[in-house]
Design a protein around this ligand. Structure first.
Ligand code: 9MR
Length: 361
């Protein structure tokens, strides 16, 4: 097992590589194109993917940051109270740090993916340590560039209800669970960028209009109470064949976030291509076009500091939940690389969006 000291040291070493130097050596990587415009390009990855030599060769060449797809979720980390198993997370973060990538954490506090013992324990004891102890454990073990302190605290945009999303945290502490979580994260490691992460601000539908308003209300509440938050994470699970991004609405929203002094991170970008034609080239084009329409607006503000995709290659994208699509052998084409590890039009869209970004720095 990799030691904490090793992880911290490797993380520190990666910071010594100047982004400009990397860009000169690797002109054809998304990480270099992003770095040249003051952006971090990263991706979600999973520890089991590290068995794949194609993937381990590609990952650090293209991405400057990694976020665990599931290894940092509490259900995966703490199966029994206080008995942590960091092995999968250490493996992924260890690989990233040794390969010169920075580490992004996701999530510290979420309504789901928790171990079964947690909700009853919270209900019985209402003990803040059940949250803050976990936050401290992770934030002192890893040197994280940024972390999703709270993930998805609002009702999703397609819900008929608005407001706080039900969770064991909300039940135990009320909405101030966010305040407790951010304060504990800042106290545990003041160098990490603290993020509120959610989906629903990106697209143009009426549910998204409500969601943007609710998000600004949430952020205003935190800021008014001096809660230490640094950034808004836009998950950016876009859709190629329904509910497109409305560039005007998105631009106005990002201005509001920036006016509040917060940074913006694109944390989980992918483009759902279900519902499209069977012609793969047409689907890939639609995926790339929608990502580009989104990125053109999101990158046109200095508030945006990072873009991470939710997986780098279609080789590791889960099959759809929908049984009809599964029966038809449908495979998502959501990510920049296809299942054979060849770059797709989405790769080009990212590359062009990065290269075309105004130089804010
Ligand atoms: O892609 C992730 C999947 O493998 C996990 O089973 C699932 C539950 O932990 O979470 C998925 O990732 C989600 C992320 O953590 C939060 N935003 C939505 C993501 C995609 O569903």
């Amino acid at each position: 097992m990799i030691s904490r000291r090793h992880l911290l040291a490797a993380g520190a070493a990666s910071l010594a590589v100047a982004p400009g130097a990397w860009a000169q050596q690797n002109p054809q990587s998304l990480r270099a194109l992003a770095a040249a415009k003051g952006l971090v390009f990263g991706t979600a990855a999973a520890s089991y993917e590290l068995k794949d030599r194609d993937f381990t060769a590609l990952l650090p060449r293209q991405a400057a940051q990694v976020v665990p797809e599931y290894e940092m979720k509490r259900g995966a980390l703490e199966p029994k109270p206080g008995q942590y198993d960091f092995s999968a997370l250490d493996k992924l973060f260890g690989f990233a740090a040794r390969s010169g990538m920075s580490l992004r954490g996701h999530p510290l506090v979420w309504y789901t993916a928790n171990p079964p013992w947690l909700a009853p324990a919270l209900e019985a004891r209402r003990d803040e340590n059940l949250m803050t102890g976990h936050i401290r454990a992770l934030m002192t073990r890893y040197r994280l560039a940024s972390v999703d302190v709270v993930n998805e605290a609002l009702m999703p945009p397609d819900s008929s209800q608005r407001g706080w999303r039900p969770s064991p945290w909300l039940k135990a502490f009320g909405p101030r669970y966010l305040d407790i979580a951010f304060a504990a994260a800042r106290a545990a490691n003041p160098a990490t960028r603290l993020v509120y992460n959610d989906f629903g601000c990106e697209q143009g539908g009426p549910g998204n209009d409500r969601f943007r308003a609710d998000t600004l209300k949430l952020l205003d509440g935190l800021l008014a109470r001096n809660v230490p938050i640094d950034a808004l994470g836009l998950q950016a699970h876009l859709t190629a064949f329904s509910n497109p991004v409305d560039q005007r609405k998105l631009r106005a929203f990002l201005e509001e976030v920036r006016a509040r002094g917060l940074a913006v991170l694109v944390t989980e970008l992918d483009v759902d291509d279900s519902g499209g034609p069977s012609d793969i080239a047409a689907r890939d084009r639609a995926v790339a076009d929608e990502a580009r329409r989104f990125l053109d607006v999101v990158l046109d503000t200095p508030a945006t500091r990072a873009v991470l995709t939710w997986n780098l290659s279609d080789r590791y994208v889960d099959p759809p939940d929908e049984w009809r699509l599964k029966l038809a052998g449908f495979r998502y084409r959501k990510t920049p690389y296809d299942a054979a590890m060849a770059p797709k039009p989405l790769w080009q869209a990212l590359a062009r969006a990065f290269a075309g970004r105004r130089a804010f720095y």
